[in-house]
Design a protein around this ligand. Structure first.
Ligand code: F6P
Length: 507
C-alpha cells in the first residue's frame, strides 16, 4: 500500500468501480470509438453521474482499462483522465487506470470472479472446492496491488473531505487502503452481490477473510442491496476480534493485525454504519428507450419468430449464479408434463457470454447451448421451434424481449438483486408473470406479486411456469401493476443521491 500522500486533488465526489461508465472500441479506420460501458452497475450509476453539476472536477469516476482500446485512450492523457484527453465523457470526469495485464487478470479473473464471486454466490460444489496454494497467494498479491492502484488514484483526485463511493467485490480493500492514505475523506463501499453466511465465508484463508472485512471496515458507510446480505456481513464481521456489531453499526477497535484501528477515538472505536439500499430502475427512462425505433424493429422480429405463440422469456449474462441450465430443465419438464403447451409457447432465452477468460464460465455456456439443442431435438415440429437461444448481446433486443414476455423467468441460485426482474416489470406490455427465485435479492421486494420458486427445484419451477400460463388476465394485471410499482421505487438517481447525502452527513 502506498504511503500517505500529502498532495490532494479537487474532486468533491468520487466513484470507483472496475468497469467504468465508458468503454472504447476500435473503429474501422483504427480510430477509438467511445461507448457506454456494459453491466448493471453502469446502468445504475451512469445517470447519476450524468446529473452531476457541470463542473468537471466535481465528480471523478475511477475505473480500470478493460482492453487495449481503453489502454490507448488512457495513454492519450498523462494522468489517464479521459476528459483531459479530449473525449467527451459527459459530466463525470473519467480516470481510467492502465493496470498491468497480469495484475489485472489475477485480480479480476482469478480472485474477484473465480473466488470472491463464487464465495458470495455459494457456487462451490463439494467436488470442486477451491485450493488455496502458492498460486492463489500470487493472485491475492495482485488483488492487493490492483486495489492499491485504485486507492492511490482516488487519493490523488480527492479534495480535502471529499466523498468517495467505492463499488463492489473487486475493490473490497480500497476503503481501508484509502483511509490510511487520506484519513480526511468520507468513504462508502457498496456491495452489489449477496454476502455469504459466516460458515461459507470461512472457506477463504483466515488472513484473507480478515483483510477483506477490515478493508471494507475502513469505510464510514457500507451499503447492501437487502437486509439479508447486510445481516450476513454483520455476522461475518462480528467474528473478528476487536469488532462489535449492534443495530446496523459496526464498532471497530482493532485491525487485522491486532493494532489499534485507524481513526479510533479515545472513547472506544470508529463507527461504521451499514445501510440497505435496494437499487431499482428508472421506469420512465426504460419506457422511453423502449419507444425508440430500434427496439420496435427488434420487437417486430421477435413477434414474427414467435408466430403468435406465448413467449416465456429470460435475459441473463451466461454465468453460473443465473441458473440458466435448471431454468431450461424446468421448461423441458413443462413440455413433458403438460403436452398442451407444445406448439403454444416459445421460450426465448437471451444468454449473453460473460467472463470467458475463465473455464467455469465457458463450460457453463457450452452446457446451456447443449441443453437448448437437446430440448429442440426432443420437441421441435415442422412449424414450431420450442426454444430460441440468442447469445449475441443486443440491448434493444433484450428490451423488446422483456416487453413481449408473457412469463419472465428469473431463477438465480443466488443474486444480489437481479435488475432484469425489475426491468421486465417496468417494460412489460403483456402483464408478464414473474417466476422469481427466492434466492434473488429482488425477492425481498417482489416476492408478494411473483410466483416464487426454489431455484434448485426444477419440478416446482416447471409447475410455476404452468401456473403462470393459466393465470387469469385480471390476476396477471394486478400482479404486474404491483411489480412495476416496486421496480420503480428506488431508481438509480435517488439510490445514488441518498447514499451520497448519508455519507456527506457522516460525522
Ligand atoms: O452483480 C454485481 C456486478 O458487479 C454487476 O453490477 C455487474 O453487472 C457484474 O457484477 C459484473 O460483471 P463483469 O464481470 O462483466 O464486469
Amino acid at each position: 500500500v502506498p504511503a500517505p500522500s500529502a498532495a490532494t486533488g479537487t474532486a468533491r465526489v468520487l466513484v470507483a468501480s472496475n468497469r467504468g461508465p465508458v468503454a472504447f472500441a476500435d473503429g474501422p479506420d483504427g480510430e477509438l470509438l467511445l461507448r457506454r460501458g456494459a453491466g448493471g452497475l453502469v446502468s445504475g450509476l451512469g445517470q447519476a453521474a450524468a446529473d452531476a453539476p457541470p463542473d468537471a472536477d466535481r465528480l471523478v469516476w475511477v475505473c480500470a482499462a478493460l482492453g487495449d482500446a481503453d489502454r490507448r485512450a488512457a495513454s492519450r492523457a498523462p494522468d489517464g483522465r479521459l476528459d483531459r484527453a479530449g473525449f467527451d465523457t459527459g459530466r463525470a470526469a473519467v480516470r481510467i487506470l492502465d493496470i498491468d495485464q497480469e495484475i489485472f487478470d489475477r485480480a479480476y479473473n482469478a480472485v474477484a470472479n473465480r473466488v470472491l464471486w463464487f464465495v458470495q454466490h455459494l457456487l462451490y460444489a463439494p467436488a470442486s472446492q477451491p485450493v488455496f496454494g502458492a498460486r492463489f497467494r500470487q493472485d491475492w498479491a495482485a488483488y492487493q496491488a490492483y486495489n492499491a492502484m485504485f486507492a492511490e488514484a482516488l487519493a490523488q483526485e480527492a479534495a480535502p473531505g471529499a466523498c468517495v463511493l467505492v463499488q463492489d467485490y473487486h475493490l473490497m480493500l480500497v476503503p481501508g487502503q484509502l483511509r490510511r492514505m487520506r484519513p480526511d475523506l468520507r468513504i462508502a463501499h457498496f456491495s452489489h452481490t449477496p454476502w455469504a453466511p459466516p460458515d461459507y465465508f470461512r472457506i477463504l484463508p483466515d488472513d484473507v477473510q480478515a483483510q477483506l472485512l477490515h478493508g471494507l471496515l475502513g469505510a464510514d458507510r457500507l451499503g447492501f442491496l437487502t437486509d439479508a446480505w447486510a445481516d450476513a456481513f454483520e455476522r461475518c464481521a462480528e467474528a473478528l476480534p476487536g469488532v462489535a456489531v449492534h443495530d446496523r453499526q459496526v464498532r471497530v477497535l482493532a485491525q487485522a493485525d491486532g493494532a489499534q484501528a485507524d481513526g479510533v477515538e479515545a472513547d472506544g472505536g470508529r463507527l461504521v454504519r451499514i445501510g440497505v439500499h435496494p437499487l431499482g430502475v428508472d421506469v420512465g427512462e426504460l419506457r422511453d428507450r423502449a419507444a425508440q425505433a430500434d427496439v420496435a424493429g427488434r420487437a417486430a422480429e421477435l413477434a414474427a419468430l414467435a408466430g403468435g405463440r406465448r413467449l416465456i422469456v429470460r435475459v441473463d449474462r451466461t454465468e453460473l449464479s443465473k441458473n440458466i441450465v435448471r431454468g431450461l430443465l424446468a421448461y423441458r419438464e413443462l413440455l413433458r408434463a403438460q403436452p398442451r403447451w407444445r406448439g403454444q409457447v416459445m421460450h426465448l432465452v437471451c444468454a449473453y457470454p460473460s467472463r470467458h477468460n475463465l473455464p467455469e464460465y465457458r463450460e457453463y455456456t457450452q452446457a446451456v447451448r447443449r441443453l437448448a439443442a437437446e430440448i429442440n431435438d426432443e420437441f421441435a415440429e415442422d412449424d414450431w421451434c420450442p426454444l430460441h437461444l440468442e447469445v449475441t448481446d443486443d440491448y434493444p433486443r433484450s428490451i423488446a424481449a422483456l416487453s413481449l414476455a408473457e412469463v419472465l423467468v428469473v431463477n438465480p441460485v443466488r443474486d444480489g438483486m437481479n435488475l432484469v426482474a425489475k426491468e421486465g416489470a417496468a417494460l412489460s406490455r403483456r402483464d408478464a408473470v414473474l417466476v422469481l427465485s427466492r434466492e434473488a435479492g429482488a425477492y425481498a421486494e417482489m416476492g408478494g406479486a411473483a410466483l416464487v420458486v426454489n431455484p434448485f427445484d426444477v419440478q416446482a419451477t416447471a409447475a410455476a411456469l404452468h401456473t403462470a400460463l393459466i393465470m387469469p388476465a385480471a390476476e396477471r394485471r394486478r400482479r404486474a401493476a404491483e411489480l412495476a410499482a416496486v421496480a420503480g421505487r428506488l431508481p438509480p438517481r435517488i439510490w445514488f443521491t441518498d447514499q451520497l447525502a448519508a455519507l456527506a452527513a457522516a460525522p
